[in-house]
Design a protein around this ligand. Structure first.
Ligand code: GLU
Length: 456
């Protein structure tokens, strides 16, 4: 995939960018994430010469530690299998490393480095005391039995346990890692260490999990979008939305949009998308949740709602709507998709997934006055409630649904307001530049902490 030419203006940012570009020429996703951040940091780095003196940017772009290991396990036929496991401990300036584990065939160091790098800024934006990290394995849980998934998770943790801990590094779920996988990993960690601690988040409610954690990313995304709409003088009432994905993020985003008076037209998975012009209401969404839990594909929707349409192998970005929420994975919206979104009247794009929009497509959307929210701000609700789960574990208390939801709402509103004000200050433009606002606000706290803690 072609890398966008980033316009990195500040001389220090530029020299670090040129160096990173050569050193990690084979890590295209990491470079895209880093390039976009360096492009937007220039106005603030201009005012902080002390950053260069303490090599803050060089350190900021280099993970503190990367752990790579083999994960041997046995399948149900008794055949030995071997996968590759990773944990990228990117930055601990603000707190223990924090971020999900992804089990998916596409996992490699490039993908995990971009996710870890984004996580550092995302976690900073939440204002909770969390550093950033990401990990996972090139293991595909689809089509595996529960027993195979359990043996894989146990083997994965048998190596990773020595590198993580409630005050060191607290993994959670991500694509391919849900409640089942977190529970298996937690069980194995407890067994090896003989300690019941908050070492993972996204745990089951019976053993230290937090209410609202499952819903948090999707709810948070829509709370954030609601703030964007409010700042633009409008709201969700009567608005149409297209959503990609059919996982937790997509489903709970759909639920919240319905609650706020909007209408969701699409959901998708790797096989294609469904379009329901009447809207995917609560009853229809319950059906999606049910067939998804049976691991059935998205076209199952038509068995109950035959008026809907299924578009095989296609993405929903050509559907006319007011708002778009990419909630599947990275690389969903390319330039040709961005053009379709603009042509179809989409006025707001907020990322539920991590980096689903390519950098050139972001630029095109912003130039065409589409309000664009990057994932590190808009999808921070998931890790924010993970942070709240860590607090509850430390206190050995659990908060009510209302308490957690209220805190989530407050955190998302703060992220919005901070990104908005920072954008106005450093990157004033007609359409609010939430990309610059989020990058700069997230970076400043990490940079100050890194500078204060010395050359480590
Ligand atoms: N994987 C989620 C994310 O991308 C959540 C991470 C966490 O809860 O630690 O932010």
């Amino acid at each position: 995939m072609a890398l966008k030419e980033f316009n990195v203006k500040n001389a220090y940012c530029k020299s670090v960018w040129e160096d990173v570009k050569v050193r990690y020429a084979d890590q295209e996703h990491f470079l895209q994430a880093a390039g976009l951040v360096l492009e937007t940091l220039s106005p603030v780095v201009d005012t902080m010469p002390e950053l260069e003196k303490t090599a803050v940017l060089e350190r900021f772009l280099e993970p503190e530690r990367i752990i790579m290991f083999r994960v041997p396990w046995t399948d149900d036929q008794g055949k030995p299998r071997v996968n590759r496991g990773f944990r990228v401990q990117f930055n601990s300036a603000l707190g223990p490393y924090k971020g999900g584990l992804r089990f998916s065939p596409e996992v490699n160091l490039d993908v995990l480095k971009f996710l870890g790098f984004e996580q550092v800024l995302k976690n900073s934006l939440t204002t909770l005391p969390m550093g950033g990290g990401k990990g996972g394995a090139d293991f595909d849980p689809h089509g595996k039995s529960d027993a195979e998934v359990m043996r894989f998770c146990q083997s994965f943790i048998t190596e990773l346990y020595r590198h993580i801990g409630a005050d060191t590094d607290v993994p959670a779920g991500d694509k391919g890692v849900g409640g089942r996988e977190v529970a298996y990993m937690f069980g194995q960690y407890k067994r090896i260490t003989n300690q019941f601690t908050g070492v993972l988040t996204g745990k089951g409610l019976d053993f230290g999990g937090s209410l609202i954690r499952t819903e948090a990313t999707g709810y948070g995304l829509i709370y954030f979008a609601q703030c964007m709409l409010k700042a633009a003088g409008t709201d969700f009432k009567g608005k149409t939305a297209i959503i990609s994905g059919d996982g937790n993020v997509a489903e709970y985003a759909c639920e919240k949009i319905n609650e706020f008076g909007g209408k969701v037209l699409t959901l998708s998975d790797s096989t294609g998308y469904i379009l329901d012009e009447d809207g995917i209401d609560a009853e229809k969404l319950a059906f999606v949740k049910q067939f998804r839990s049976e691991r059935k594909k998205i076209d199952t929707y038509l068995t109950k709602y035959p008026k809907a349409k299924f578009f095989k192998g296609e993405k929903p970005w050509g559907v006319k709507a007011d708002c778009a929420f990419p909630c599947a994975t990275q690389d969903e919206i390319f330039m040709e998709d961005a053009k379709k979104l603009v042509a179809n009247g989409v006025k707001l794009v907020a990322e539920g997934a991590n980096m689903p929009t390519r950098a050139d497509a972001i630029e095109f959307l912003q130039k065409n006055d589409v309000l664009f929210a990057p994932g590190k701000a808009a999808n921070a609700g998931g890790v924010a409630v993970s942070g709240l789960e860590m607090s509850q574990n430390s206190e050995r208390l659990s908060w009510t649904r209302e308490e957690v939801d209220e805190k989530l709402k407050r955190i998302m509103t703060n992220i919005h307001d901070n990104a908005y004000a920072t954008a106005k200050k450093y990157a004033p433009s007609k359409t609010v530049d939430y990309v610059s606002g989020a990058n700069i606000y997230g970076f400043l706290k990490v940079a100050r902490a890194m500078a204060a803690q010395g050359l480590v």
